[in-house]
Ligand binder design. Structure first.
Ligand SMILES: Nc1ncnc2c1ncn2[C@@H]1O[C@H](COP(=O)(O)OP(=O)(O)O)[C@@H](O)[C@H]1O
Ligand SMILES: [Mg+2]
Length: 238
């Protein structure tokens, strides 16, 4: 059986919410499916921090003389991360081939077991890490995260061109921090520039996620209902 669907959560831009979307979406899927997360952000792995397992290390098992990592199960999600493997703050100084090698190993040497969905939390950029993920991990689909800023839009267009070249299908966009909901209010406040992302980028928006205090402080024990429409769209197309 193996892994049925690999979905990369990506954007060339840092800080648009890839890790936040990945953690929330994986949690939402985990209520109905067997789900894993591979944190491939070699520059700044975050998933082990979001899921409060910063001091955990994956168990190593030797099978036929080869050492394998057992992913850490947390909140019904199987997680492996560069964050468990790299010495803190070292990878930031690595060169491309070392980074690519580390991502390759992390995917190959993790005993994922049978999964319905493996979400990949991608690093920012369009460099070596992306080429490695494309050639070695071969995601079935990419979900691009953007926000409504001129800069994010331009970087998302770059990501789109790159994934098209790599022949990895893009399932659509997440419009993150699309509007704000402030504490003690239910009002949707449209305080960001309103850009028509579908026209500008040429991809379908599968979900719009607000900027909220709760989303800024991810709680792995609490599902965010803002992810339900995105979840419903994704299960239709994956
Ligand atoms: N919808 C949101 N509402 C509030 N804060 C958010 C939201 N999405 C992301 N953030 C915050 O923005 C920052 C960048 O998000 P992150 O997920 O780390 O982005 P990336 O992985 O693309 O670099 C983090 O501090 C995160 O908590
Ligand atoms: Mg991130």
């Amino acid at each position: 059986m193996g892994i049925k669907q690999i979905i990369a959560v990506a954007s060339a831009k840092g800080g648009v919410g890839k890790s936040t979307i990945c953690a929330n979406l994986a949690s939402y899927f985990a209520k109905d499916f067997k789900v894993g997360i591979l944190d491939a952000d070699i520059y700044g792995p975050n998933q082990h921090i979001l899921f409060n397992i910063i001091n955990s290390k994956p168990e190593v098992q030797t099978i036929d003389g080869q050492k394998f990592f057992m992913p850490i199960e947390v909140n019904n999600i199987f997680l492996n991360s560069m964050g468990f493997i790299l010495e803190k703050n070292k990878a930031a100084m690595w060169r491309g081939p070392m980074l690519s090698g580390a991502i390759k190993q992390l995917k190959k040497l993790t005993q994922w077991g049978n999964l319905d969905y493996l979400f990949i939390d991608m690093p920012p950029g369009t460099g070596d890490a992306y080429l490695t993920v494309a050639s070695e991990i071969k995601p079935n689909n990419v979900l691009l995260v953007t926000s409504q800023s001129k800069l994010a839009v331009q970087d998302t267009i770059k990501s789109k061109i790159m994934f098209e070249k790599l022949k990895i299908p893009i399932i659509g966009l997440v419009d993150n921090m699309s509007y704000s909901i402030y504490p003690n209010s239910d009002d949707e406040v449209f305080d960001f520039p309103e850009i028509n992302l579908e026209n500008e980028i040429g991809l379908k928006v599968l979900g719009s996620i607000p900027r909220t205090k709760d989303l800024a402080n991810f709680n792995p024990n609490k599902l965010s209902s803002f992810f339900e429409p995105l979840y419903n769209e994704l299960i239709k197309v994956t």
